[in-house]
Ligand binder design. Structure first.
Ligand code: UDP
Ligand code: MG
Length: 311
């Protein structure tokens, strides 16, 4: 049975050779399977592609696809799914943070009949602030979204051919794969492992990037924010009506103080101005998403590969 190992690489010149060697050592132990190694170069600006070429020359199991620029990990994964030929695809990171020793356990679960096997990591050794924000994101996201996400489930997972077909049939431009994997359904299970720290190179996630990712995720899987601004609008109208009523009553009771209230006027103008701007912003976010969807651009452009690709 053929299994595809899919790895997206972006500026991993310090790790790619080591990752490949560690991985193949582990795969050689699994005699029952035949492996295809599908490496994606996501427009690296360092020497990742050169390393990839020479790895592919020395190991015939290695197929690689190189993008014309950095399209992001989501696009890398999609390209991998579209070109994988195995009965199942195991997707992992190129920095050995997803220990290859788990592959055996994943394949065992696959044999038991699971279509999706997620690897869940502990958050050992990560920055406190990262954990705090990640925790908050999962709380908010799960409240708002129509799909459920689990904290710590990374992109390290096995997908059966059926699941791959389902994922590639979703051609939306804004891909939030954590949500997509859950959205397609199928029988899935989780295995756990201890978080590994990155050995070399740098994480590609800055705080800003993570925040944008979290927002994208919530916006692509939920229309709750639109509902919330609607509700907020109603609350504001109710408050305003009560306020007017109160002014009217106080005018009846003591007409002499009627002209005062400069502060409250400014306050309400600013308050409602803010509410309106936030609401327009939320609408704008959704319109922005629609804008990208209707253009229907491809998710990636392939510049070079050692397999037949039609782009
Ligand atoms: N990656 C990618 N394209 C990008 C960013 C990252 O293909 O634009 C790859 C990266 O090379 C690595 C994996 O995605 O193999 C995970 O990235 P990273 O280790 O930076 O993320 P972290 O583990 O810190 O969440
Ligand atoms: Mg990493």
């Amino acid at each position: 049975m053929k299994i595809t190992i899919l790895i997206p690489f972006y500026n991993e010149e310090e790790m790619i050779v080591k990752t490949h060697n560690t991985l193949t050592k582990e795969l050689d132990k699994l005699k029952d399977y035949q492996f295809e190694l599908l490496y994606i170069n996501d427009g690296s600006s360092d020497r990742t592609l050169e390393h990839m070429r020479s790895i592919a020359q020395n190991d015939l199991r290695v197929k690689y696809i190189s993008f014309s620029r950095n399209f992001g990990k989501e696009s890398g994964m999609l390209a991998g799914f579209e070109h994988a030929t195995g009965e199942a695809v195991i997707i992992m990171d190129g920095d050995l943070q997803n220990p290859p020793r788990l592959i055996k356990e994943m394949l065992d679960k696959f044999q038991e009949g699971y279509d999706i096997v997620n690897a869940k990591r502990t958050r050992r050794g990560e920055k406190r602030s990262t954990n705090l924000f990640a925790g908050l994101f999962y709380r908010v996201a799960n409240d708002l979204m129509e799909v459920q996400l689990t904290d710590g489930v990374s992109d390290f997972r096995l997908l059966s051919r059926k699941a791959i077909e389902a994922i590639t049939s979703l051609q939306e431009y804004n891909r939030f794969s954590k949500g997509l994997f859950s959205w397609i359904g199928f029988k899935s299970t989780v295995i756990e492992y201890d978080n590994e720290l990155r050995e070399a190179g740098q994480t590609k996630w800055s705080f800003k990037k993570s925040l944008n990712y979290a927002l994208d995720g919530i916006l692509s899987f939920s229309n709750q924010p639109l509902r919330m601004i609607f509700a907020l609008g109603l609350v504001c109208i109710a408050i305003a009506l009560l306020y007017v009523l109160w002014l009217f009553i106080s005018y009846i009771i003591s007409p002499a103080t009627a002209v005062s209230g400069y502060f409250t006027t400014i306050f309400t103008v600013v308050l409602f101005g803010g509410v309106q701007l936030v609401s327009i912003g939320v609408l704008g976010e959704y319109i922005g998403k629609i804008f990208y969807e209707v253009k229907g651009r491809p998710h990636y452009i392939i510049e070079e590969s050692n397999i037949e690709v039609d782009d």
